[in-house]
Design a protein around this ligand. Structure first.
Ligand code: UT7
Length: 328
């Protein structure tokens, strides 16, 4: 009997501390009006707790989700964590998450695809379910962006926030779950969005710290141009090849980088604004966490059989769109 990989539970977590546009006005030369009109962001969350990292955000998203579903963490077969702010260079943050949640029977690994990380991980997790070997797969998107943001750089510090989201994937025999996806990457985009130092290209040194190379570097205008066309193109393409019209798509789940990019994607797909999930005003850009945090915030509105299109663009460059039928 054929089956798909379906999302059967959703979890999310954002830290308590709220960094408002007003507070940013006291830190860099910016203003609330500029941030709202250019990005749609009003506030973002920051993890301020000493000794806590991306794995803690993830564990706090996962544990209540499993508890709600009455699932023992020991039942989890695999954990895939999408992040660019792992607790360590190695081991993988997914390994640490497995330990923190008590997933003693799982294997686990990370995926680094920046803002597209969750979609890459969702596709990978779905294929693991479809293989028939794994029955319960956790797909997590988590980033503590505040660890790599320069709060003296107004080009980037107004954009990013911290957060985590997670989904549980299980086999579905009713035709719901992941139906199709288009995923892409283009490494020549690396100059425009990256964390220059800390890897093998520029290992950490006094010089790399003095030169502030351990922070996010983004050439916003260039990234905007690539994002706005590529996100819209793949979203439209995945609709077309599955015979979906704008009316038949129930929800667009877009990466929350910039409200203007989201609007352009929805327009290209011919979608009514009421179908577009938006929470950028509350969290800013949480990198790998934006898509699952959208699911978490809007879960109560989804109905079984709804057609969801996920759409994303991020550092790499990486981008993609995925078509999923909601399973509950
Ligand atoms: O998530 C991964 C993918 N990332 C994205 O998709 C991000 C894509 N890029 C963007 O969202 C936008 O490019 C930004 C929000 C980052 C910037 O918006 P923009 O409309 O492209 O602004 P800009 O960089 O072209 O700057 C316009 C002006 C400049 O001043 P001049 O040269 O016109 O005098 C900037 O210096 O706005 C100035 N500016 C600011 N002013 C107030 C730049 N940052 C700020 C700021 N506050 N925070």
């Amino acid at each position: 009997m054929s089956f798909n990989a379906a999302i059967t539970a959703v979890g999310g977590y954002v830290p308590e501390y709220i960094l408002t546009n007003k507070e940013l006005e006291t830190m860099v030369d910016t203003n609330d009006e500029w941030i709202r009109s250019r990005t749609g962001i009003i506030e973002r969350r920051i993890l301020k707790e000493e000794g806590k990292a991306t794995s803690d955000l993830a564990a706090r998203a996962i544990l209540p989700m499993l508890e709600k579903k009455n699932i023992d963490p020991a039942e989890i077969d695999l954990i895939i964590c999408a992040t660019v702010t792992g607790d360590y260079i190695f081991p993988a943050t997914a390994n640490v998450i497995a330990d923190k949640i008590g997933a003693v029977n799982s294997w686990s690994f990370d995926i680094a695809a920046a803002c597209s990380g969750f979609l890459y991980a969702l596709e990978t997790g779905a294929k693991m379910i479809e293989s028939g070997k794994y029955k319960k797969v956790l797909v997590v998107g988590a980033d503590k962006m505040s660890a790599i943001v320069n709060y003296e750089d107004r080009n980037t510090c107004i954009i990013f926030g911290d957060g985590a989201g997670a989904v549980l994937l299980e086999p579905n025999y009713e035709g719901n779950g992941v139906i199709d996806s288009i995923l892409r990457s283009d490494g020549s985009g690396k100059e425009f969005l990256k964390q220059p130092a800390g890897g093998s290209m520029i290992p950490p040194s006094h010089q790399s710290i003095d030169d502030r190379l351990h922070y996010v570097h983004q050439e916003g205008k260039t990234v905007f141009k690539f994002a706005v066309t590529n996100m819209a193109d793949v979203s439209y393409e995945v609709m077309q090849r599955n015979g979906l019209t704008g009316d038949e798509v129930n929800w667009l789940v877009p990466h929350q980088a910039n409200l203007r990019i989201i609007d352009a994607t929805a327009d290209r797909m011919g979608l009514d604004k009421s179908k577009v999930l938006i929470n950028i005003q509350k969290y800013g850009n949480t990198t790998a966490a934006t898509l699952p945090l959208c699911l978490y915030d809007f879960e109560s509105q989804f109905k079984k059989g709804d057609n969801l299109i996920f759409s994303t663009f991020g550092g790499g460059f990486t981008w993609g769109a995925l078509y999923l039928k909601w399973a509950y």
